[in-house]
Design a protein around this ligand. Structure first.
Ligand code: PLP
Length: 456
């Protein structure tokens, strides 16, 4: 990458305005700095546009699907229009359903609750726990971590080709992440979908980390469902999405039983009740819907689409390069990767620093530089342990004294960023890593409540 290309990358797009961009935080060493939020993979800051849209709507807030009043009707319209916007954002097929949930975790648990009886589920051990764990009532096959995207496809191909003959004609579902929440690496979703379909299986894409960074086209990727969370898509108002094929959703009992999901409830002569459930997305949205959450997601979808993913991706590549090249200059730093350091990724990078406990390092980044990152196993314990080569039985000791050089790390540090990240934040991060490694922490730290905190 030449300097001129980098310069033009910078000029194509400035960060999208987000809330908190001017917030200052105290440093333990004195003074204040603007907070560098580099934990987008956990929760991204709200887009200013999302906040403004929600604030503009708030006075008109009313009950959804219930009231006869003007504001109820307006809110119902906004809620239903939000579905349409999300369907467009995801390039859904005509008859796909968009169900508003609480989060990706909720979406995948919903799907797990509606899979047909006897469904076999195939999931890589590298998944986030939200994708790894909901299937425990199904017949689950956990696939080994692949070391290349091609191997991922081959592993799935082998597993599907060798299904237990007694179940092979029954329903099957593959669950795969679009971008890893640990390494940020992109998974070969289109190829995995083709493999699944070639064997009569369906596929759900966990797009929690993909959708905020890259366009997701259900049609083009040919996935059956997509799940994502509003709070990672700059819309932190408690809503998420499960979008995709209507049939399994329509054929199953509602995820939650209650008002909103039911069309008609009648008392039987024997004293019980009969229920007719909705066949639309409302079937799985019992209770009062989170209209603000749905509206916020729709607002974020529009903002990202209008900014243009080509532009956003180009800018993010520049940030990834800044961090990648900066970390590569520090021999003590090891970036975690399944598919190799050069494989395409979103702005999510995990690493360990030789001689440092990750919790201590993250605490020092926060206390001494005003940088917020995450440390730990990132709700993907099997993957991080595979990448670290650490013993699955060993618990990471947050705030433990620095590991001796050469000792295996038990936790990692994750830096993540996106459309709202200014260059200065990643530049400060790289500078801070270099300084901490070469000069050490300037402050003392101790363990408190399992976390490493500055001794003040
Ligand atoms: C890849 C991935 N899937 C699922 C989830 C779960 O998302 P949520 O906590 O919003 O349910 C996360 C959260 O970090 C994630 O990174």
């Amino acid at each position: 990458m030449s300097v001129s290309t980098v310069a033009s990358d910078r000029s194509v797009c400035s960060p999208l305005p987000v809330l908190g961009r001017d917030v200052t935080v105290p440093l333990v060493t004195g003074g204040e700095v603007t907070y560098a939020a580099l934990d987008y993979a956990a929760s991204a800051p709200a887009l200013q546009r999302v906040w403004d849209d929600v604030a503009a709507y708030a006075p008109y807030y009313g009950s959804v699907h219930r009231g006869a009043g003007y504001l109820s009707q307006l809110s119902t319209d906004l809620f239903e229009n939000a579905r349409v916007t999300v369907a467009e954002f995801l390039d859904c097929r005509e008859d796909d359903q968009v169900v508003f949930t609480r989060s990706t975790t909720d979406s995948l648990n919903l799907l797990a609750a509606v899979v047909p009886a006897g469904c076999e589920v195939f999931v890589f051990e590298t998944e986030h726990h939200a994708s790894l764990l909901p299937w425990r009532d199904a017949q689950v096959t956990y696939l080994d971590a692949p070391s290349t995207p091609r191997q991922a496809v081959e592993t799935l191909e082998r597993a599907l080709a060798h299904r237990d003959p007694s179940r092979a004609s029954g329903p099957a579902l593959v669950c795969v992440t679009g971008a890893s929440n640990v390494t940020g690496e992109l998974w070969p979703v289109r190829e995995l979908a083709a493999t699944a379909h070639a064997h009569g299986a369906r596929i759900v894409l966990d797009a929690a980390q993909l959708a905020p960074h890259h366009p997701v086209s259900v049609r083009d990727l040919d996935v059956d469902w997509v799940a994502f969370s509003g709070h990672k898509l700059y819309a932190p108002f408690g809503a998420g999405v499960l979008a995709g094929r209507a049939d399994w959703l329509r054929d199953a009992e509602p995820y939650l039983a209650g008002g909103g999901a039911s069309r008609k409830v009648t008392r039987r002569t024997d004293g019980g009740v009969d229920v007719e459930w909705h066949e639309s997305a409302a079937r799985h949205e019992a209770g009062s819907p989170n209209v603000i959450g749905a509206y916020a997601i729709a607002s974020a979808c529009k903002a990202l689409t209008e900014a243009g993913f080509d532009t956003l991706v180009a800018r993010e590549r520049h940030l990834i390069r800044t961090v990648g090249e900066g970390l590569a200059e520090v021999p003590e730093v090891k970036v975690l990767s399944l598919f190799g350091d050069d494989s395409p990724r979103v702005g999510v990078i995990s690493f360990v620093v030789e001689g440092w406990n990750s919790s201590h390092f993250a605490a020092a980044l926060s206390a001494e530089y005003g940088i917020g990152v995450r440390d730990g196993l990132f709700c993907a314990h099997p993957l991080v342990r595979t990448l670290l080569g650490s013993d699955p039985q060993t618990q990471g000791e947050c705030g433990a004294p620095e590991a001796a050089p050469g000792e295996k790390s038990l936790n990692a540090i994750r830096v993540s960023f996106g459309a709202g990240t200014p260059d200065e934040h990643v530049e400060r991060f790289v500078r801070a890593v270099k300084e901490l490694v070469s000069e050490g922490a300037k402050w003392n730290y101790r363990t408190e409540g399992g976390r490493c905190v500055p001794t003040v």
